[in-house]
Design a binder for this molecule. Sequence first.
Ligand code: SAM
Length: 269
Amino acid sequence: MIVPQEASTVWDANLYLKFADARMRPAIDLMGRLDPANGARPDHAIYDLGCGAGNISRLLAERFATSRVIGIDSSEEMLAKARSQTADKRVTFAKGDLAAFKPEVPPSILYSNAAYQWLPGHIDLFPGLMKLLPSGGQLAIQMPRNHDAPSHALMRTAAEAGPWRDKLAGIGGLPRVHEPARYYDVLKPLSAELEVWETIYQQVLTGKDPVAQYTASTGLRPFLEALDAAERTAFSDTYARLTAEAYPTRPDGITLFPFRRLFIVARRA
Ligand SMILES: C[S@@+](CC[C@H](N)C(=O)[O-])C[C@H]1O[C@@H](n2cnc3c(N)ncnc32)[C@H](O)[C@@H]1O
């Protein structure tokens, strides 16, 4: 059984951190495409947009040893966690909505791991982000693009499979992250260099109902938040049973969870 979280509009930082290692890999792969020259621009900062608990902000500060790193997030819970875990004075955190982001310090890099998929219409924000950068500065974004995978399709199946059906009728899961080519087309006119690619990670999960546990802190949240406590338990159990069938546990106790992610790295012309 998934332990249902209390309905809340804030992120569950503890549950999210439980899977921090699996989520770290794409963040680091994205970081690998950043230009050290952008980390060394005086009077500029690297922004970690949708920084969550600050894991990646701290890594950015390690990678760019002289840069100021500013993490932006809308969740007080995440920001409190980030501040409590960060000793490096070069890393600061501020509350902000990515839909209306205005940097206080000029950015040399706008980096974002696994956040913009939560913003409907996020693609329309990307040209504006590019225009905030100096020539040569970089926009680096990673978003999951797993909407058609069983893990997400089964949320919708479970939503239709119980008395909660009407309550969940308007909830389709995450807003869709678009085809890679759409991002390419939107960013190309502003870019000197542009890379768009996808990677499917074979995430290694352990424990009971690991896929349901994994999505409980991300894509499943809008469904859980729409239900009362008893419904959440029953809905969660239905979803956990469906995902356990779709993602069987192997004899070694491991559950492989293939996960597609989209990467964008654009250098401002
Ligand atoms: C999946 S977490 C990723 C956290 C971090 N980037 C990482 O990779 O560990 C997504 C984060 O985006 C934040 N977020 C979602 N929508 C946001 C918005 N409109 N403005 C600011 N932050 C937002 C959430 O609060 C959450 O911390």
